[in-house]
Design a protein. Structure first.
Length: 111
């Protein structure tokens, strides 16, 4: 995945982990300077979430998430509510952002 920071640097590597604050661990990373004239290769890096401007997620990953959502929804019974706690209401909780942006390839986190 590609990560662009607010200072203009970009990091391209394999996503290892991401937490609720969007702090990211990448491995096999290539860092590009803001001017695009210098490159660094790093075995791994940590990026603080508050410094992120853009994330570029590969289309294959987005397609996999779509398929996973479809498979999970097939396993559920039809009808309203049911089960423990009755019908679910509200707009969802943490983690739902990935499913709401399923058709986007570029996500802007800057203000």
């Amino acid at each position: 995945m590609l990560v662009e920071l607010k200072n203009g640097e970009t990091y391209n590597g394999h996503l290892v982990s991401c937490d609720n604050w969007m702090n990211i661990n990448l491995r096999e990373v290539i860092c590009t300077s803001r001017d695009g004239d210098r490159f660094w290769r790093m075995p791994e890096c940590y990026i603080r979430g508050s410094t992120i401007k853009y994330l570029r997620i590969p289309d294959e990953v987005i397609d996999m998430v779509k398929e996973e959502v479809i498979q999970k929804s097939k396993g559920r019974g039809e009808g309203r509510g049911g089960g423990r706690g009755g019908p679910q209401r509200g707009r969802g909780g943490r983690g739902m952002i990935l499913f709401r942006v399923k058709s986007l390839n570029l996500i802007n986190f800057s203000q």
